[in-house]
Design a protein around this ligand. Structure first.
Ligand SMILES: Nc1ncnc2c1ncn2[C@@H]1O[C@H](COP(=O)(O)OP(=O)(O)OP(=O)(O)O)[C@@H](O)[C@H]1O
Length: 249
């Protein structure tokens, strides 16, 4: 369980908080989509969950433990339990699909072993099995730079799965993809979520995708939670409230 208690985040030299008095609890099994206009604080919220962004005030509890009291080693261990996927994939283009997936083990391995590419047969077997799961079974040897955007994001998902995460975080993971590919990546994320009984929190601009896949939607505006409910509770006026304008259907 991830619990935000009155969390506020200010970036240095900023007078406006990026997050303001956030109170939210995310339970295992929830598939949460976070909506909000640009600058609402979505990325900041994701980065506070995996301890990449410190909070200015308030507390974040992970399974009842206050993140603020953790050592940097404990924070690294927590980060290795959170799989993260990004809009621009953050893959290593010149390495193969399998090598990129294996980099998901960096959190577990000694850095020298990881950089030297020293992975055991069983780790390689696991990477291959995950690649099957994400539909890239035939592409293990291919260089990542030769893949389509959708295939690259599948590699991103596979790399995150290699960590055997408890939590999946996505920062606009489909923003660079066409609508059909975005839909298929969300279907994959939902499948992975259910199979691995994860807590999933994904920032997304596409309201229709959030409505189709989320079990819960959180709406942010100016760093504040202004909607928190089930997809069918999000009305057109609720959306207007989040985005501050009338959306075209
Ligand atoms: N590193 C930073 N330093 C200073 N201000 C920042 C930094 N990162 C974000 N901000 C500011 O914090 C606020 C929230 O930004 P954040 O990136 O979390 O929003 P977002 O909802 O993810 O936006 P987008 O949809 O454009 O990615 C914005 O006003 C932004 O300008």
């Amino acid at each position: 369980m991830i619990e935000f208690q009155d969390v506020t985040v200010y970036y240095p030299k900023s007078n406006e908080p990026a997050l303001s008095h956030i109170n939210l609890t995310f339970q295992q099994g929830e598939f949460v989509c976070v909506l909000g206009p640009s600058g609402a604080g979505k990325s900041t919220m994701i980065r506070t969950v995996n301890a990449l962004q410190p909070v200015t005030a308030g507390n974040i509890f992970i399974d009842g433990q206050d993140l603020d009291n953790w050592t940097s080693l404990e924070k690294r261990q927590w980060r290795s339990r959170t799989g993260m996927i990004f809009q621009h994939f953050h893959l290593i283009p010149r390495l193969s699909v399998e090598q990129n997936v294996l980099t998901g083990l960096f959190g577990y391995k000694h850095p020298m072993a990881a950089f030297a590419g020293v992975f055991s047969q069983s780790e390689k077997k696991k990477a291959r099995s995950i690649l099957q799961q994400v539909g890239l079974g035939e592409m293990a040897e291919r260089r990542v730079e030769w893949l389509s955007g959708g295939q690259k994001q599948r590699v991103g998902v596979a790399r995150a799965l290699m960590q055997e995460p408890d939590v999946f975080l996505g920062d606009e993971p489909v923003a660079s993809l066409d609508p059909g590919t975005a839909q298929s990546i969300f279907a994959l994320l939902k499948d992975v979520h259910v199979r691995n009984d994860l807590t999933t929190i994904i920032n997304v601009h596409d309201v229709a995708l959030a409505r189709s896949f989320a079990t819960r939607i959180v709406g942010l505006s100016h760093g504040k939670v202004i909607f928190d409910g089930k997809p069918d509770e999000l009305t057109e006026s609720g959306l207007e409230h989040i985005y501050g304008t009338v959306l075209q259907a």
